[in-house]
Design a protein around this ligand. Structure first.
Ligand SMILES: *Cc1c(COP(=O)(O)O)cnc(C)c1O
Length: 390
C-alpha cells in the first residue's frame, strides 16, 4: 500500500504548503529571521488561545513537555492539586503532578463524559480553607472522544483562587477557546494536532496571575522547561535552547492557513467532520463511547460490537486499505476505535475512511449493513453544503 491516509488524533495529515515551509534552509536561531518567525507565531497564537494578556511561549517538545512545564513551574512538593481526569491524558497530568511531589486528589468522572461542573464547584466550595493550590483540567480528552464544557468549568473554579492548568493539546484551534474570559492560568497546546503542523513544538500560554506564582516558586524543579527562562529569551525573540526550526516554519505556515480560512470555518469543519463520523457510526448500529453533550469535535471514539477486536480492524485498515485510525488506550485497548478529524483532510477523505471501516467490519463478521454509514455521513455533508440535494 503506497498511500496512507492518517486519521489518528495526532500527528495529523500535514498540508503540502506546510510541509514545503518545513523544508526551508536552516537559519540562525539567534538571528533576526528567527526572531520575526517566533514573534509572528506568538502573535498569531494569541487569538487562537483567546488571550491578549497571556504570554504565549513556544517550547521545543511534544505536548507532554508543555504540560510538564505548566505543572512543574506552578507547583512543587507538598502542593495540593485537584485533578479532574476524564481519560488517559488526564491521568498523565496526575502522574506529572505526582512526579513533582504534589499531593493529588482526584475528582473522578466516568470515561466518555466530561467533568461535571456542579461536582467541581461543590468540591471546591467544600475547600473553605482554600487548601487546593491547583486544579488540573483537560479541554479535550483524546482517549475517549469527550470534550469538556470549559466555560462551565471555568465558572465552577472562579472564586476559589486555585491555579488552573488546562490540557488543550487536542482541543485548541478546533473550537472556540477564551482563555482571558474564562480566567485560566496556563493553557497548553501542541503543533501536531488541530493546527496541523509536524510534531515538535508545545505552545504554553501563561496568564499574568500565573507568572506571580511562578516567580515566587523559587524551589521549583525545572531546567529545560523553565518558563521564566522561556519568557526571558522570548522577549528577545529567541528560545533558551535550540528550537526545532523546521517545525517552527511549519507551524507558522499552519497558522497562516488557519488565518486564511478563518477560525469560524476551521471550527465548523472539525465539528462537521465529527458529526458525520458519529452519524455513520450510529447508522451502522455502533455505539459511541462519548456521551451526548460531551462529544469531541476532534476525535470520535466508537465502541466495537461484541467479539470484534479493534486492533485487528485497525491492522486490516492499515494493511489493506491504507487507512490509519487510532485504537483504544489502557483499559480501552481493543474495545474502541478512534477516528480523528484534525489535519489536512477533505470530506472525501472522511467518506473514504468510513467506507473502508465498513468493509473491514463486514469482513470481520460484524453485523452491519455495508453502505449505510457512508450514506449517513454524506447526508450530514449535503445538508450543510447542498441542501437541495438531500
Ligand atoms: C496528544 C496529546 C497530548 C500530548 O501528547 P504528546 O505525545 O506529548 O504530544 C496531551 N494531551 C492530550 C489530550 C493529547 O491529545
Amino acid at each position: 500500500m503506497s498511500k496512507n491516509l492518517l486519521f489518528i488524533p495526532g500527528p495529523v495529515t500535514v498540508a503540502e504548503s506546510v510541509l514545503a515551509a518545513s523544508a526551508q534552509p536552516m537559519i540562525d536561531h539567534r538571528g533576526p529571521e528567527f526572531k520575526a518567525l517566533l514573534e509572528r507565531i506568538a502573535e498569531r497564537l494569541k487569538p487562537v488561545f483567546g488571550t491578549e494578556r497571556a504570554d504565549v511561549l513556544v517550547l521545543g517538545s511534544s505536548g507532554t513537555g508543555g504540560l510538564e512545564a505548566a505543572v512543574g513551574n506552578l507547583f512543587g512538593p507538598g502542593d495540593r492539586v485537584l485533578a479532574c481526569p476524564i481519560g488517559v491524558f488526564g491521568q498523565r497530568l496526575i502522574a506529572i503532578a505526582r512526579s513533582f511531589g504534589c499531593e493529588v486528589e482526584v475528582l473522578e468522572t466516568p470515561w466518555g463524559s466530561g467533568t461535571d461542573p456542579a461536582a467541581l464547584r461543590a468540591r471546591l466550595h467544600a475547600d473553605g480553607e482554600r487548601r487546593f493550590d491547583g486544579v488540573l483540567l483537560t479541554h479535550n480528552e483524546t482517549s475517549t472522544g469527550a470534550q469538556n464544557d470549559m466555560a462551565a468549568l471555568a465558572a465552577a473554579v472562579r472564586g476559589h483562587g486555585a491555579y488552573t492548568v488546562v490540557d488543550s493539546v487536542s482541543g485548541l484551534a478546533a473550537s472556540e477557546f477564551r482563555m482571558d474570559e474564562w480566567g485560566f492560568d496556563i493553557v497548553v497546546a501542541a503543533s501536531q494536532k488541530a493546527l496541523a503542523a509536524p510534531p515538535g513544538l508545545a505552545m504554553v500560554a501563561v496568564a499574568p496571575r500565573a507568572w506571580e506564582r511562578i516567580d515566587a516558586n523559587l524551589g521549583a524543579q525545572r531546567f529545560y522547561f523553565d518558563l521564566k527562562k522561556a519568557r526571558e529569551f522570548g522577549a528577545l525573540g529567541q528560545t533558551p535552547w535550540t528550537p526545532p526550526v523546521s517545525v517552527a516554519f511549519g507551524l507558522d505556515a499552519g497558522l497562516a492557513e488557519f488565518e486564511r480560512l478563518g477560525a469560524a470555518a476551521v471550527h465548523e469543519r472539525h465539528a462537521r467532520y465529527a458529526q458525520s463520523i458519529r452519524a455513520a457510526a450510529e447508522a451502522l448500529g455502533l455505539i459511541l463511547f462519548s456521551q451526548a453533550g460531551a462529544h469531541s469535535p476532534t476525535v470520535v471514539a466508537i465502541r466495537l460490537p461484541e467479539g470484534i477486536d479493534g486492533d485487528a480492524i485497525r491492522k486490516s485498515l492499515r494493511e489493506s486499505r491504507g487507512v490509519v485510525i487510532g485504537g483504544g488506550q489502557a483499559a480501552l485497548k481493543g474495545k474502541i476505535v478512534r477516528i480523528g478529524t484534525m489535519g489536512d483532510l477533505t470530506q472525501t477523505d472522511i467518506l473514504g475512511a468510513i467506507g473502508a471501516l465498513e468493509i473491514a467490519l463486514f469482513e470481520a463478521g460484524a453485523p452491519i449493513r455495508v453502505g449505510t454509514g457512508v450514506q449517513a455521513a454524506l447526508k450530514v455533508f449535503l445538508e450543510a453544503d447542498q441542501p437541495a440535494a438531500v
